[in-house]
Design a protein around this ligand. Structure first.
Ligand code: SF4
Length: 693
């Protein structure tokens, strides 16, 4: 190693938000180890975090702005972007432009993007790839609590006696949290239940695996709620802080538990464990969120915790784990088309007025903007005429990816900010802006348990690459808003955001980081991992110690929800249900993990898992190339025959792109069906057919 000092930062991958210690080698490289003092991981890292140093090479990097196929100076590029956005807005109105951003953005980047679109352009057409990740959780939290609060913390996992993983392969997708659960199992015998149609690595240590029918989570948790009530396990004191239990029980009573497809003894074993174990944390992730009934699934889970008062207390609570490094920070500063910063509501006139006054801005949208799937459809039909995509690859990752690709290609003006030209989306752009990468920029991220941590720059951005907040602010200034976007550093943006959270506190919201309103550059440089709300601790049985929730009556809602099957069901033409997800060592479209030979060795090509009985019936042998076809697209995958998937089900990972495997892109097959409340796509239940090539 070099003699350069280690710098504390945060892992660039998942929402666990592990602390890392980075030591630059002086030649553009890095060594990485876990930060023993970070409260998310206490020194642990998973395979992806450990290999971060292998992903900072410059081979694929974009070094200068490009427009219409040639290099351009920053001055011309920024002016071009500002002019085209301004002209488009002048001719067609603010809703003719859109930003599609990403959970890869730091909180300060996100804050500036959101302020520019909502406060100054005056449209709410900013959405983020978090829409594909946890929008259903945001909607479920808001319905239940009146605000998008994650009530759980990582310590709850250490202190739980039962951890229920619903639609979460925690062992692969949040490995360090899974290690914490296993450590708790070692220390206190914590039981683990996995609820997932598929057998995953998370089942290896589980006491019980419920391989339920896809999309039947509401029926299962409604069954649990009914049983909680029948056995007298409702907490009468806590329920006084809620409303809706009677109605929720009535609706739950109409559901058929047989919809889950689970044998009675397995259901009973789960109900017994859950009801008899006060310290229960129900962890949920994409299997819950990525569904046409995702929001209802979230509320079905929250309902059981609210009815029993098992929430906001040590070792108890519903707990959403997020996919991206800063999905939470994006939620907090209002990066979704239907939110304002600091958990304020776009639909609330008082909130809008307060935010507009704080920003001293010329405009504020009166209602929600276009959510991701609708946004790209609006690009397709010509309503959106200028689009800026930042650190995400929708030509691969959106459902109906073929349609999205064609829409982006046909958009009159598309800007992409990214580290590389080599993404399916960057190739379609008119203007490509070189952004600084992880390890090259300063800012903050928030992890799944509300802990804000610093990312710190330890390497020089290559070529002309610049941080996103800086690019966005410069475009804002060139569009005519000089003072509002006159930022000299990310610390200045963080201060502005922190001070803004006073407004949220004034409206009784919980997102309060106003203690950071006067943080100076040195304080920001040294900022320790800090969980919000600052300075408040929860007391026994009380939500955040205040004893109230965030609806106007200060009560939580137990929301009546009924089971709905997935929007499309298998039939004669498409007899299988395709589930999608991750592999252990890859991340999104492999733009970063693909640079590590170590990581790419594990499962190197697109594959589809199929049950032995289905394979035999279809004449498929192990390692055959098979064509998988849905109503909207087709792909070619290597068959893996495994009992991990159920009969009638197949599973395919999401990572491959036009560059890495042109025929193996699963989102070409997934239709753009969404949850009616959250707008999150149903990514895990696509009817398909399969045939040997
Ligand atoms: Fe990074 Fe997540 Fe692995 Fe932690 S668990 S090292 S945050 S990828």
């Amino acid at each position: 190693g070099s003699n350069l000092p280690e710098v504390r930062s945060t892992c660039a991958y998942c929402g666990v938000g592990c602390g890392v210690l980075l030591r630059p080698d002086g030649a553009g490289g890095l060594t990485v180890r876990g930060d023993p003092d970070h409260p998310a991981n206490f020194g642990r890292l998973c395979s992806k975090g450990t290999a971060l140093g292998e992903t900072v090479g410059l081979d694929h990097r974009l070094l200068a702005p490009r427009a219409f196929g040639r290099d351009l100076g920053w001055d011309d590029a920024l002016q071009l972007v500002a002019d085209r956005f301004r002209e488009t807005i002048a001719a067609h109105g603010p809703d003719s432009v859109a930003f599609y951003v990403s959970g890869q953005l730091l909180t300060e980047d996100y804050y500036v993007a959101n302020k520019l679109m909502k406060g100054f352009i005056g449209s709410a057409n900013i959405d983020t790839n978090s829409r594909l990740c946890m929008a259903s959780t945001v909607a479920g939290h808001k319905r239940a609590f009146g605000t998008d609060t994650v009530p759980g913390t990582y310590e709850d996992l250490d202190q739980a006696d039962l951890v229920v993983l619903v639609g979460s392969n925690l062992a692969w997708c949040h490995p360090v949290l899974y290690q914490r659960v296993l450590a708790a199992r070692q220390a206190r015998g914590t039981r683990i239940v996995v609820i997932d149609p598929r057998r995953t690595a998370s089942c290896d240590q589980a006491d019980l695996h419920l391989a339920l029918n896809p999309g039947s989570d509401v029926a299962l948790f409604n069954g649990l709620l009914t049983e909680i009530h029948r056995r007298g396990a409702v907490d009468p004191d806590f329920v006084k802080q809620t409303s809706g239990l009677e109605a929720a029980l009535e609706t739950a009573g109409n559901d058929q538990i047989s919809e889950t497809g689970l044998p009675a003894e397995k259901r009973a074993a789960f109900f017994d464990l859950w009801i008899n174990t006060p310290r229960v944390v129900t962890v949920f992730s994409q299997g819950v969120n990525q569904s046409s009934s995702g929001t209802d699934k979230v509320n079905a889970i929250l309902n059981c915790h609210l009815a029993t008062g098992r929430i906001g207390r040590p070792g108890m609570g519903p707990f959403s784990v997020t996919g991206q490094p800063n999905a939470m920070g994006g939620r907090e500063v209002g990066g979704l088309a239907n939110t304002l910063a600091c958990h304020l509501d776009i639909e609330n006139a008082d909130h809008r007025a307060a935010v507009q006054a704080y920003w001293q801005s010329p405009a504020i949208p009166q209602s929600s903007g276009l959510k991701a799937v609708d946004m790209f459809r609006a690009v397709e039909d010509g309503q959106i005429k200028a689009l800026w995509i930042i650190h995400t690859n929708p030509a691969v990752t959106m459902p109906e990816a073929g349609r999205v690709t064609r829409a982006i290609a046909a958009c009159p003006f598309t800007v992409v900010s990214d580290l590389t030209l080599h993404t399916d989306t960057a190739r379609l752009a008119d203007v490509v802006l070189p952004a600084a990468g992880w390890a090259e920029k300063n800012g903050t991220v928030t992890n799944s348990d509300r802990t804000i941590s610093r990312q710190r720059a330890v390497l020089q951005p290559p070529g002309q690459a610049r941080p996103d907040w800086d690019i966005l602010a410069e475009v804002g200034r060139r569009m005519g808003w000089k003072t509002a976007f006159d930022y000299a550093s990310p610390a200045e943006i963080f201060r502005e955001y922190a001070a803004m959270s006073q407004i949220a506190a004034r409206f009784g919201k919980d997102l309060d980081i106003s203690g950071f309103s006067d943080i100076d550059e040195a304080g920001y440089a040294e900022l320790e991992p800090t969980r919000w709300p600052l300075g408040r601790k929860r007391a026994g049985g009380r939500f955040f110690g205040d004893g109230h929730f965030f609806h106007s009556d200060r009560k939580a809602r137990i929301v009546p929800v009924g089971h709905r099957r997935p929007a499309a069901l298998p039939g004669q033409q498409y007899p299988f249900v395709m589930n999608t997800g991750r592999t252990r060592d890859q991340w999104h479209t492999m733009t970063r993990t693909g640079l590590s030979a170590r990581l790419s060795a594990h499962l190197a090509e697109p594959f589809v898992d199929i049950h032995p009985q289905d394979a035999a019936r279809e004449g498929i042998s192990s390692a055959d190339l098979v064509e998988v076809t849905s109503r909207i697209g087709r792909g070619i995958f290597r068959a893996r025959i495994t009992q991990d998937v159920r009969i009638g089900h197949v599973f395919a990972p999401i990572h491959w792109t036009a560059e890495t495997a042109p025929s193996g892109r699963v989102d070409m097959l997934v239709p753009g069906t969404t949850d009616p409340i959250s707008g999150q796509p149903e990514s895990k239940a696509t009817p398909v057919s399969i045939s040997v090539m």
